[in-house]
Design a protein around this ligand. Structure first.
Ligand code: OOG
Ligand code: NI
Length: 464
């Protein structure tokens, strides 16, 4: 980094804080959710000394209450292309491709996030970013109309673009520029209570799909939720109603386990908010439902083998128990989920030995001391058995398409289920993005391999 420039991690942290403040002011119920999460986290830390120590060791304690992700939905290829450049200023890259059309949501998505260990530990904030697939609107007239409306809007401020260009040319931003950039970038994510379309157009878009109305009818891609991290998602889910918050029927993802895997998420239902529609004879009042709050709890990243097992078990539960719109069968679903997931080992050693999950290896002080004698076994399993090499789970930093579809749907109304015949179109997404989407599994595999190399090096052994 050149002298005078701040790190992209610093800019991402400034942005996270600014977004959190903005969203709390815009959606008061989100502030209530944050209070509840803080209360539960404090209780867990007070009663679980092991976890407290693990988090302290990992330097995570002071960041527990910082938001972990947010989401936006974009309307055009050009908007996606620019958002890639905007997120790059904050050290976030596109990782993973998610096709949600299979679940009846007319978008495909990626996650913009930091990728290296250090940046992730400084601030792992990521944004689930979706691009509307207008080609999935059947009505040709409506499709053309939506495209025309979207083509007219400008979701980035001129100054934001200038600062993105400055970052690209100069290789960074100064502290003052970074602050200005964050304020300008925030404008893109802000809520606008005035629709750019008439009530009649809104209704037609809404009838095609609620999500289409949400993307097309406004000046910009308002952030639709922010998600703090909880240390006990079941407790928060259970207590939401006491705070006047209505949670979705079930927690998405894997069941509660000793060894957390992947990602568990739940959200509160989107709020009905007053908006003004444009009209030739003045604005008319109406409502729109889009913004909600969510919480997440992350566990270990699974290998392709582990993920295939996860997908199979989840699909078998979902094939068996369909949760109804009003949450009917939610208990059956939870019970079935716990039952079927017994097939997936709930022990770190087993998960590692069976190559179901990714781990970060490190040399232990005993190992480094023993290395001086030069008497170390040259095999990873023996080093572990002797206590010279240790391993910790690598946290899953990405999203899960089935869970994401569940979050979308609970906030769009379950009556909206439609199944689009069209298949995923990663190539079109990457073309719009102007870059290839990084494969998340490659990133975890690299981090695991690098940690092992470093540990082996420290133990004074040649590559195993
Ligand atoms: C995104 C929904 C998906 C998640 O955490 O999986 C999501 C959206 O509603 O735009 O946020
Ligand atoms: Ni989310």
């Amino acid at each position: 980094m050149q002298a005078g420039f701040v790190s992209t991690d610093r800019i991402r942290s400034l942005f996270t804080e600014a977004m959190s403040q903005m969203y709390r002011a815009e959606v008061p119920q989100y502030g209530t959710l944050l209070e509840l999460v803080a209360e539960v986290n404090a209780e867990v830390l007070a009663t679980n000394a092991d976890l407290r120590e693990r988090l302290t060791r990992a330097g995570e304690l002071e960041r527990i209450d910082v938001e972990r992700h947010g989401a936006i939905r974009l309307g055009t290829a050009e908007e996606l292309h620019t958002i890639r450049r905007l997120f790059a200023v904050m050290g976030m890259q596109s990782v993973g491709y998610y096709d949600l059309s299979v679940a009846g949501v007319p978008v495909h998505s990626t996650c913009f996030r930091p990728i290296d260990d250090q940046s992730l530990s400084i601030n792992p904030f990521r944004v689930f970013t979706s691009l509307l697939r207008l080609e999935l609107i059947e009505d040709e007239g409506l499709r053309a109309e939506a495209a025309e409306i979207l083509a007219k809007r400008r979701i980035y401020t001129d100054r934001a673009i200038e600062l993105i260009e400055r970052h690209e040319r100069a290789g960074g931003l100064t502290e003052a520029e970074a602050k200005e950039f964050v304020a300008e970038a925030l404008e893109t994510f802000r809520w606008h209570g005035e629709a750019t379309v008439s009530a009649e157009t809104y209704k037609r878009l809404h009838d095609a799909h609620r999500l289409i109305a949400d993307v097309v009818s406004f000046k910009g891609p308002h952030i639709n939720h922010l998600t703090p991290r909880t240390l006990d998602i079941d407790a928060v889910q259970q207590r939401m109603p006491q705070r006047g918050i209505t949670p979705k029927a079930v927690i998405e993802g894997p069941p509660r386990r000793e060894c957390d895997i992947l990602l568990r998420q739940t959200s509160f239902k989107a709020l009905e908010e007053s908006i003004l529609f444009a009209g030739a004879d003045g604005a008319t009042e109406g409502t729109h439902t889009a913004r909600f709050g969510e919480i997440e709890q992350r566990g270990v990243a699974l290998t392709a083998k582990g993920r295939a097992l996860y997908d199979r078990l989840l699909a078998s539960v979902r094939g068996e128990v369909q949760v109804g719109a009003a949450g009917a069968k939610a208990r059956d679903y939870d019970a079935e989920l716990s039952e079927r997931f017994q097939e997936l080992p709930d022990d770190w050693s087993d998960l590692r030995k069976q190559e179901l999950a990714f781990f970060h290896y490190s040399a232990t002080p005993a190992g480094i001391a023993a290395a001086v004698t030069g008497q170390l076994p040259s095999n990873a399993e023996e080093l572990i058995a002797k206590g010279y090499l240790t391993f910790d789970p690598i946290v899953y930093e990405d999203f899960l398409p089935v869970s994401a579809a569940g979050i979308f749907q609970s906030n769009l109304g379950t009556d909206q289920q439609q199944n689009y015949a069209t298949r995923s179109n990663r190539a079109a997404f990457e073309e719009a993005l102007g870059a290839e989407v990084t494969d998340e599994l490659d990133l975890y595999a690299e981090r695991q391999a690098r940690s092992l190399e470093t540990a082996i090096d420290l133990l004074g052994l040649a590559a195993l």
